[in-house]
Design a protein around this ligand. Structure first.
Ligand SMILES: Cc1ncc(COP(=O)(O)O)c(C=O)c1O
Length: 379
């Protein structure tokens, strides 16, 4: 697919037709796979009444991904499941997600590949971590703007780190060129001819929504009105839309991205997949110029709205959440910044169908330790 390029546009976009769009649910077996990983436990879903009051809604729950399978971000849900599916397929089990133990046994007696990924930080660390658990070598490519802490974390997983002085989209291209028969690319964005692994990554995120459904049910909440997700290449937002457009009760879904890397908002406004030029941001994991090709049709049809936020708004949200006892890095806290941008304005509230008794979930996808940039992780 040829993708046109234009300058990043800040602002917001809403699609009223999205609420009635429906799609098939994501694969339901991912939780069984994640359950087999060392240290799996559902992450907390915490109610924050102070935010509900400030945002003039009934309740705000924050899904806190600051500790997920030993890492400070949610990305390992997708990376671990996709690596298992890709290696299982290579070993002759195309429909299975073999456990790490099963994979280790079988890989010992076959020619094992190395793993590679391009990353803004979290995805690459997750790939490096799973490679370490499997005893496989990994090479992780990063743009120079990734925080030193995130680079050190990737190296601490035993991976080779390659720092490139080019934007994220070009780093993906480098990783793509390095892939081959014995170098398996585990990338969280799709392009024509490279769709299976990105889709398995999206499927892996489903475990988070299964947990949320269960946690809301346990809290006696039978309805959900708005789910807010941060967006980089849009794979996570694709998973959010796929889940909440296949459930019986369908909340509005809002994506949030930096005003300097607004690939989703710009594409939705243009009515076609459009690459944008990007600039440095504290929301490191969201610094992507091109939406994944398999995410795009899902987002175009099923995303209710998309909004951009500034670095200053994201950093204020990091600080405010810390004060409320929630450990959230800039990508995660961008969801609060997005909620503020949308819910303080009557037209935007109406576009999302939000009333003063609405139940809102913010998907806080990383902790402060993941990509400390522009703030102190101990704040
Ligand atoms: C912490 C965090 N949140 C959200 C995202 C966005 O996910 P996606 O790139 O799939 O849109 C990323 C991507 O790396 C991330 O690291």
């Amino acid at each position: 697919m040829t993708v046109k390029t234009q300058e990043s546009t800040a602002g917001w976009f809403s699609n009223p037709a999205a609420r009635t769009w429906r799609t098939a649910p994501l694969g339901s077996t991912t939780r069984t796979f994640h359950d087999s990983l060392p240290g799996y436990a559902p992450t907390p879903l915490v109610s924050v009444p102070e935010l509900a009051e400030a945002l003039m809604v009934g309740a705000v729950f924050v899904k806190v991904e600051s500790q997920r399978l030993g890492l400070p971000a949610f990305k390992i849900l997708g990376a671990s499941y996709a690596i298992s599916r890709a290696l299982s397929t290579r070993l002759g089990f195309p429909d299975a997600a073999l456990t790490l133990e099963e994979l280790r046994d079988r890989l010992a007696s076959s020619s094992a590949p190395s793993l590679a990924a391009a990353t803004d930080g979290n995805h690459g660390r997750a790939v490096a971590h799973v490679a370490k658990l499997l005893g496989l070598p990994a090479t992780i490519y990063v743009p120079a703007g990734v925080s030193q802490a995130a680079k050190d974390a990737i190296v601490s997983e035993g991976a080779e780190l390659v720092v490139l002085h080019v934007p994220y989209d070009d780093v993906v291209q480098h990783a793509k060129n390095a892939a081959g028969e014995n170098v398996m690319l585990i990338q969280d964005t799709a392009w024509t001819g490279y769709e299976d692994i990105p889709q398995w990554i999206v499927d892996g995120y489903n475990t988070m929504f299964a947990e949320i459904d269960e946690q809301l049910h346990e809290a006696g909440i039978g309805r959900l009105d708005l789910v807010i997700a941060p967006s980089g290449v849009g794979s996570f937002a694709q998973a959010v839309v796929a889940h909440y457009r296949s459930t019986e009760h369908t909340p509005a879904v809002l994506s949030v991205e930096p005003d300097t890397a607004s690939s989703v908002t710009t594409s939705l406004s243009a009515g076609e997949l459009t690459s944008v030029s990007t600039a440095d941001t504290v929301m490191t994991g969201l610094n992507c110029g091109t939406v994944s090709e398999i995410a795009w049709p899902v987002l175009q049809a099923g995303l209710d709205a998309s909004v951009t936020v500034t670095d200053a708004e994201a950093l204020t949200a990091v600080k405010d959440l810390a004060t409320l006892g929630v450990d959230s890095g800039p990508c995660g806290a961008s969801t609060l910044a997005g909620a503020r941008a949308m819910l303080a304005d009557a037209d935007r509230r109406a576009a999302l169908g939000i009333t003063d008794d609405a139940i809102v979930v913010l998907l806080s996808t990383e902790g402060r330790a993941a990509n400390p940039k522009g703030f102190s992780p101990d704040a």
